[in-house]
Design a protein around this ligand. Structure first.
Ligand code: BTN
Length: 263
């Protein structure tokens, strides 16, 4: 691999121009999980905007206790520390925001317009390109910090990825420069995070909806041990997904996972 395509902090920071995201950047060749590393640094009081990258994770973690596998040096694996002054119940907005930032960064660098499966899987041709794992340290009424972990399959060969996954390279038919993509991602996150903390979630929700491949589909949602089946009608101002069950009842799902069913 050419030196300039490695995710070194100085390469990423050069000309970045963000206000918050990427104020401090650390890169590891190998780590267990960037989310775990940032969580520890959050507990130690590190300022928001810190980004930790890794070329390879030995214990990459996904949502709902799953793992996240990515071949070495082919993806962008990053965790970002945020300290938003928001109540814990609103943190799902941060997750949706991150998916919107990822989709926009992908479009800027590759020209691809991808879809979002609720809450935050980024899909191309129905296959997963990016996953986002948001974790937080909070008390009942106060968030100490949030860690957004983003894994993007950039230049991997789909045969080296878990089934159901693909990469930007496979979709665009060309290799994508990882440093350039990373800078675009941090810039979009910087803009969107500013909008979010200034109370502008409605605009982000609208953009999320315009990319949604879940709204209008029949789904099964799994949330806190319950299964809800019906038609996904879209997200609301809290970022919750609404599902209209066949008996006409509307259900609001704030956290969990959805499976798209054949319509
Ligand atoms: C999912 O779709 O289940 C979420 C996957 C999140 C993966 C990223 S890779 C960087 C960060 N570190 C982790 O251990 N997980 C997240």
């Amino acid at each position: 691999m050419k030196k300039e395509d490695k995710l070194f902090p100085d390469e990423i920071a050069r000309g970045l121009g963000t206000r918050r995201i990427g104020r401090q950047i650390l890169s590891y060749e190998e780590i267990n999980s960037t989310n775990d590393a940032v969580f520890r640094l959050g507990e130690q009081g590190m300022a928001e905007g810190l980004c930790v990258f890794a070329e390879h994770q030995k214990k990459g973690r996904g949502r709902m206790g799953r793992s996240w596998a990515s071949p070495k040096g082919k993806g962008v694996l990053v965790s970002i520390l945020l300290r938003p002054l928001m109540p814990p119940l609103e943190i799902s907005k941060v997750t949706l925001m991150a998916a919107v930032s990822v989709v926009r960064a992908i479009r800027r660098v590759s020209g691809l317009t991808l879809g979002i499966k609720w809450p935050n899987d980024v899909l191309g041709r129905d296959k997963k390109v990016c996953g986002i794992l948001t974790e937080m340290s909070a008390e009942l009424d106060r968030v100490n910090f949030v860690v957004i972990g983003i894994g993007v399959n950039v230049n991997a060969d789909p045969k080296d990825l878990p089934s159901g996954a693909t990469s930007l390279k496979a979709l665009a038919g060309k290799k994508i420069p990882r440093v350039k993509f990373t800078q675009a991602l941090l810039r979009e996150l910087d803009k969107d995070y500013k909008r979010l903390i200034e109370g502008d979630f409605a605009e982000l929700a609208e953009e999320w909806e315009s990319h949604s491949v879940t709204s209008g589909r029949r789904v099964i949602a799994r949330t806190f041990g319950r299964k809800i089946e019906g038609l996904a009608t879209g997200i609301d101002e809290d970022g919750a997904l609404w599902i209209r069950r066949d008996d006409g009842l509307q259900e609001k799902v704030l956290a969990g996972d959805v499976e798209h069913l054949r319509s």
